[in-house]
Design a protein around this ligand. Sequence first.
Ligand code: NAD
Length: 256
Amino acid sequence: MGTFDGKVGLVMGVANERSIAWAMSEALYAEGAELAFTHLPGRSSERRVRRLTERHGAKLVVPCDVQRDEDIGRVFDAVGEQYGRLDFLIHSVAFAPPHELRNPYVQMSREGWHLAMDISAYSLVASSRAAKPLMSRGGAIVTISYYGGEKVIPGYNVMGICKAALEHSVRYLAWDLGPEGIRVNCISAGPMRTLSSAGIAEFDHMQSHAARKAPLRRNVEFEELGAAGIYLLSSQSDGITGETLHVDGGFSIVGL
Ligand code: NAD
């Protein structure tokens, strides 16, 4: 018996086997979940996500650019048609133009700021709204943040602003959706080597510094993020909503 037997989830944000969303998906598959996936529109993204998910028999793999309301609508319509409901949603999506991340934050363009905020923060609001009608029996939503949304992490720049908006959106969404029995939580992950983190100029330093400073004196593992996802999406955390859970080896508690 798995914790997620008979549960249906939608995973937004798998790019490849190093994606945090994929670490969470593997943990969920091991617990018996039925998962649907989105991928960035385009042949190569679709091929990568299908290759990963087909051995688990994923029935629904749908293109979605979260900047497009019609894409989001189509994804949730497809989930409704296929399953008639949704038990949980993983939102693991972020983007900022790489050249904007390389420049000091003070140079940030208006256009780049809106783009980063739209994809990395507003998309949680739009996706949660679209998920709500499918979660009439209650549900759980989890998104992924980073400590750079709380403190200045040199080089994280606009993404830190997006994460601050994301984490506070989690609280407001938890308030709005709580009466429907829908919980909304966030995992603040330690630095992981993924496609997205490759765009952050200071990433190597962020990782080595985290390993030195964190109480556990190491970086976290993908499996540990998967386990935290299982916790926040399962009935084990039924009393928890609007929370940001740091899965960072304790990095965020140290003030030095
Ligand atoms: P990743 O590149 O594997 O995942 C990012 C995902 O965002 C990709 O699947 C990409 O397709 C998707 N995406 C980007 N623009 C999109 C758009 N317009 N429409 C739909 N999808 C879009 O990298 P990751 O590190 O697994 O990132 C997942 C989440 O974790 C992000 O929110 C990231 O900020 C966050 N995070 C990452 C780290 C880290 O160190 N890697 C640490 C903390 C938080």
